[in-house]
Each structure stands twice: as structure tokens, then as C-alpha cells.
Unconditional design. Structure first.
Length: 638
């Protein structure tokens, strides 16, 4: 069939959108808005333009009155990028969601304590129920018993008035420290239930702008919607995003589809990144979701897209993908397709990359618990960061004979180099012995596990052990390691999702399974989540762009039930649960897979190749053409 060509537009097509946003940011008539900004549409540029315009018009008056526009985004890196574009102006405090939430609740100790006293008993009840049903004497039972002891001690600690601490960019230890998940939940609750907090927020921040709003925690989004509704004429919420690019499970699924009456809904339709053919494919992929169609720049290249269909039982899949790159070099007359460094290979699901890169056992262990799976995919669980941000750099420096690097890592993270731990006789003796013991473990050996490393670190007090792992090294009394005198403030970690609950019963079982896998998986895992290796995923590349993109679609390697490209392509029938979800209007694996495929495809600036492994090549090819995604000439079978 002949595909419907993408509509073309001039580069300045969306200029009126910025004017709409400027009008909403009028202190005399504040108006909430949701900006739809599809892939490559210049969302961040519109945010910058809006802030620049506001500064010119109203900046002086806002500074005099102590008012500001708060800007929230998803990661520290994104916050830094926006801040650099607008000039690090105090008029526009730009932060991650966790940093902003802590700013809001930091001084409300009594309210925080009341929330904990109401909710911790629920967690304790869940632990005890699991313990009563579990097998006595098992490792899981021992882990749960330690968690019960820890939660009970925390409740006892809360029996008198307390103050709380929190570090949004790192780990939090001790009874007085809040977890990332707790900060989000407490903030959402207090915004709704505390009129005084609402008044302070509205007076200080008449405008609150949220970047990547489709991935912002749903509980917090609901509370901010309520805040905006209760303060019309005094406060406005500005959301920037695209529901088709929602990645994380804790985002608000219907954001953009149920905008309150009276909100402005500007829309950026132009795709400045992709060639015409990729824009066309993106429009086809989302046609069944919301019907939104992007425009391609009239001065953009045509672009090349190919779908390579391969039988699922192919013996050497990396070799297959290598041959695809050779073929793309021919089709595109582009020799850079022969240079792996010039190609971005994207996988639809992390299991595929985990299998190919060599960290599948540790990934599968954490992925078994839905509360940890998102954090495992991002690498931002505190239990993971313990190994990737503390242990691994120290071992790397030690193995390279880099004494300066070892000392730098110890000064940054180890309590052994804090003033109170040093002795006059030989202040570095304990640190030396701890590092020597760690190096002696032979971490490159397949038999050395994460648990071996954890026990060594804990035994020597080398690093503080995060709460998710503390149950596995606590002594028989259930005592916790002493809380450090100050939390490190200079470590840049991505934000932790709302679902994180690292000490729940199921999470303890997942952590146990993880700790019993080989430590040597750490290196490939770090390379993967840092986008340093050959493979990337939808999460890591959202917002980025590459000249040549190779997407690998393989349900067999993905091993997950949340995604299925074969069902999306019609090569496999829907399950009974899929059909039930569709009838009830609930999200299905097909919905999730479609969004991920849209995000990955729309990274391509020049050419795009998709490799689809399937048990039913004929059905897949038929559906790919029938659904209007590809032309017959764009399909190749290998």
C-alpha cells in the first residue's frame, strides 16, 4: 500500500505557540496550560523562551515582591540543562521533583511525623502478614524479621516529637531520614490537606512549570491539579509533555486527555529532528492512540526506513544485526553504517540488553518485584548505587594502582575518613585494611557475589549500607549502622520512582536473589545505564537524537509480560487478559509497547532500521504493511 505522506510545514510554523504560553504567564490573569510537544518539537526551547519573556516583562516586579516561577524537571541533568539555557537566574529556581518536594515539606516536621505514624503501621502489618504465611527459618523469613525489627524501632523512635533529614541526590540513612518515595507521598498528601501549605506555595510560586509532565509522579500531579483548581486567578500550573512519550509506570496515565475546563492547550506540531519518512512512521504508530499528527519540516531530508524480519530461532543474532548494518550502508549509500560508533542500537526492553551485555542474572532478580523494577531499569535504587557509585569506583582505582583515586573515593563516601573516626597513631589504618580486604575478594571471579562484597564492606565499616540492603548485614540484635554525621551532597543520581519500597517483603526477596548473583556484572551494568556501551533503551535516549538508529525487537530476549512487539505487529494473538483490558479501557502491553516503539523510532535524524525477530514472519510482514506503517518495498527478510 502507499503510505500517507507526512504534512509539511515551514520551520516557524509553531511560533504562535510561544505567544500562547506567554499569555498564560500573566501575573494579573494566570492561566494553567498543558503544552503538547511531540518528538523533536523543541519543547525545551519553548520553555526557555517563556522564561526569557517573563523575565523581560515581569521580572523586576517579581523580584521586589519575593515571588518566583518554580520549574520542575525529571533529572538533575535536565535541570542543569534548563538552568544553563536561562542563565541560572534565581527568579526561576529549577530543580528535580524530589528537590522541590523537600523544599515544600522540609519545615513541617510535625506533619511529616503524623504521616509516618499513620502509614508505617500499615507497612509493618504487611511484613507481619507475609511472615505469618512464609516458611519459618528461610532466608526470606530472616530478612523479613530484620525489616520488622527495623520498622518497629523506627516507630518507637517516632514516639516523641522529631525532626527529619533528606538528601534528594543521594542515599538517606537513619531513623530521621526520609526515603525518596516517602517525600513524594508526604508532599502530595500535605498539599491537599494543609491549607496553610497551599497558601505559602501559591504566594511564593504563582506559577509552577513541569517539564516531562507525563512522567511526573501521579500522586503529586493529582495534588497539584487540586491546588490549581482551588486557586484560580492566583496560581497557574504549566505542563510540558507528550503522553505518547510516557515511559515510567508512576506517571499519570491520562495526562493530556482530561485537561480541566478553562486550561489552555497549545500544541507544537512541527518535528524539527526527524526526516519526512520517520515523521510519517511516528504519525502512523500513534494514530490509534490520539490521532495527533506531526508536521515534517519542508526543508528536511526524505530519510530512509527499513524493517528487517528475522526468524526468532536465528542462531547468531549479533551477526544478523551486523549484516543489517552492512545492508543499510548499501541502501543509504552511507559507509558510517559500517562503523558501530556511529550507530545507536536501541532495544525495546532491558532484558535484551542485559542478556547481551552480561548482567541478566542481577537484572532478573530485581525485576521480579514491581516495586523495584523501574529503579532497576534506571539504575537509581540506593541498593544499586551502593555498588555502582561507591564500591565499583573504589575497586577500579585500587586495581589501577591509583592511590589518589582511592583516597578521593574514600573522602567522598567513607565514614572511616570522617574526623571522629580518625586516630592519632595511624589515622588511615582502618581505611587501608578495609580496601585491602575488598580487593582480596577477587571480584572478577564468577563465584564472588554481591553479598560477599556487601558483607566485606559492612564488616570493615567502609561505606554506609543503604536501607534496602541493611537487613542482610545487620547483627543478631537488629542494630543498624550508625548514621553518618552529614549526608554527601555532591553525588548526582537520577530520581527514584514512587514505587520504590526497598524494604517491603517482596523487595527483600528480590534483593536476596540479587545479592546472590556474581558481582562482576557491575561493570557492564554501569556501562549500560551510563549509555557508554553499544546498547541503549527508550528510557536512556528520550530527548536525544542520533543520525543512524538500529532498533532490535525481540520478545524472546525481552522475557517480559509488560511489552510485546509481536502482539503490536499482529504476529501473535492477544491474551485473554489483553482483550479484557482493552474492553475495560485499561492499559495493555500493546499500549506500552507502542509508546516505547514511538520513542525509539523518533530518535532518528537520517536513517532508521528495525530488526524484528518473530516466529511468524508472514503474519508480521502482512500486518506491518496492512496497518500503514511500512511499504512492501521497505521490508526485507533475512
Amino acid at each position: 500500500m502507499t503510505l500517507e505522506a507526512a504534512e509539511l510545514g515551514a520551520p516557524d510554523t509553531d511560533e504562535n505557540v510561544d505567544l500562547e504560553i506567554h499569555a498564560c504567564l500573566d501575573p494579573n490573569q494566570p492561566k494553567s496550560f498543558f503544552l503538547y510537544a511531540g518528538a523533536g518539537s523543541g519543547k525545551t526551547r519553548s520553555l526557555k523562551n517563556a522564561l526569557d519573556e517573563f523575565r523581560d516583562r515581569y521580572g523586576a516586579d517579581f523580584r521586589r515582591s519575593g515571588r518566583r516561577i518554580a520549574v520542575i524537571t525529571y533529572t538533575n541533568a535536565a535541570a542543569d540543562e534548563i538552568a544553563s539555557r536561562v542563565g541560572h537566574d534565581s527568579l526561576f529556581p529549577i530543580s528535580t521533583i524530589h528537590s522541590f518536594c523537600w523544599y515544600v515539606i522540609e519545615r513541617h516536621s510535625s506533619d511529616i511525623q503524623a504521616w509516618l505514624l499513620e502509614n508505617l503501621p500499615k507497612d509493618l502489618a504487611e511484613l507481619r502478614e507475609k511472615q505469618s504465611k512464609g516458611r519459618a527459618g528461610s532466608k526470606a523469613a530472616q530478612d523479613r524479621e530484620r525489616a520488622i525489627s527495623s520498622t518497629t524501632k523506627r516507630l518507637e523512635w517516632l514516639s516523641i516529637p522529631r525532626r527529619f533529614t533528606y538528601n534528594p541526590n543521594g542515599d538517606n540513612f537513619g531513623s530521621d531520614s526520609l526515603s525518596h518515595a516517602e517525600v513524594l507521598k508526604i508532599t502530595a498528601s500535605l498539599i491537599i490537606t494543609k491549607p496553610s501549605m497551599q497558601a505559602v506555595l501559591v504566594n511564593k510560586f504563582p506559577f509552577l512549570l513541569i517539564d516531562e509532565s507525563q512522567d511526573t509522579n501521579r500522586l503529586l500531579m493529582d495534588s497539584l491539579f487540586a491546588l490549581a483548581a482551588a486557586n484560580k486567578g492566583k496560581f497557574a500550573l504549566g505542563l510540558f509533555g507528550d503522553t505518547m512519550q510516557r515511559i515510567y509506570a508512576d506517571g499519570k496515565p491520562d495526562l493530556g486527555l482530561d485537561i480541566p475546563e478553562g486550561w489552555a492547550t497549545p500544541s507544537k506540531r512541527m518535528n524539527h529532528r526527524c526526516p519526512k519518512r520517520v515523521v510519517q512512521l511516528g504519525n502512523s504508530l500513534r494514530a490509534a492512540v490520539d490521532g495527533k499528527r506531526q508536521l515534517a519540516r519542508e526543508d528536511s531530508a526524505v530519510g530512509i526506513v527499513r524493517l528487517f524480519i528475522v526468524r526468532a530461532n536465528a542462531i547468531d543474532k549479533p551477526k544478523v544485526e551486523e549484516s543489517v548494518c552492512v545492508r543499510m550502508a548499501e541502501i543509504c549509500s552511507d559507509p558510517e553504517w559500517l562503523n558501530q560508533a556511529m550507530i545507536k542500537t536501541l532495544t525495546l526492553e532491558h532484558h535484551m540488553a542485559a542478556s547481551r551485555c552480561g548482567f541478566l542474572p542481577m537484572f532478573e532478580a530485581l525485576d521480579q518485584d514491581s516495586r523495584l523494577s523501574t529503579g532497576a531499569r534506571k539504575g537509581d535504587l540506593s541498593g544499586l548505587r551502593f555498588f555502582t557509585e561507591k564500591v565499583a569506583p573504589l575497586l577500579g582505582a585500587a586495581s589501577d594502582g591509583n592511590k589518589f583515586g582511592v583516597m578521593a573515593q574514600l573522602r567522598k563516601h567513607s565514614p572511616l575518613l570522617r574526623k571522629e573516626a580518625l586516630t592519632n597513631a595511624d589515622p588511615l589504618r582502618a581505611a587501608r585494611e578495609a580496601v585491602d580486604a575488598l580487593v582480596a575478594l577477587d571480584v572478577d571471579n564468577q563465584s564472588t557475589t554481591f553479598l560477599d562484597v556487601l558483607k566485606c564492606v559492612a564488616a570493615h565499616g567502609l561505606f554506609e549500607v543503604p536501607s534496602g540492603l541493611r537487613a542482610f548485614v545487620a547483627d543478631g540484635s537488629g542494630a543498624e549502622p550508625q548514621r553518618p554525621s552529614s549526608e554527601p551532597q555532591d553525588v548526582d543520581f537520577s530520581d527514584v520512582p514512587e514505587e520504590e519500597a526497598e524494604t517491603s517483603p517482596s523487595s527483600l526477596q528480590a534483593w536476596r536473589a540479587f545479592l546472590e548473583t556474581p558481582y562482576k556484572q557491575t561493570k557492564p551494568f554501569v556501562e549500560y545505564i551510563g549509555e557508554m556501551g553499544p546498547y541503549g533503551t527508550h528510557q536512556g535516549v528520550k530527548g536525544l537524537e542520533f543520525d543512524r538508529v538500529l532498533i532490535v525487537l525481540d520478545d524472546g530476549e525481552a522475557k517480559g509480560h509488560l511489552f510485546s512487539y509481536e502482539k503490536l505487529f499482529g504476529a501473535k494473538p492477544l491474551s485473554e487478559q489483553d482483550s479484557k483490558n482493552q474492553l475495560e479501557g485499561a492499559e495493555t502491553g500493546i499500549d506500552r509497547t507502542r509508546r516505547l516503539l514511538y520513542v525509539t523510532c523518533t530518535r532518528a535524524k537520517k536513517s532508521l532500521a528495525l530488526v524484528a525477530y518473530t516466529d511468524n514472519p508472514d503474519a508480521l510482514a502482512l500486518a506491518a504493511v496492512r496497518d500503514g506503517w511500512f511499504e512492501e518495498a521497505e521490508l526485507e527478510r533475512l
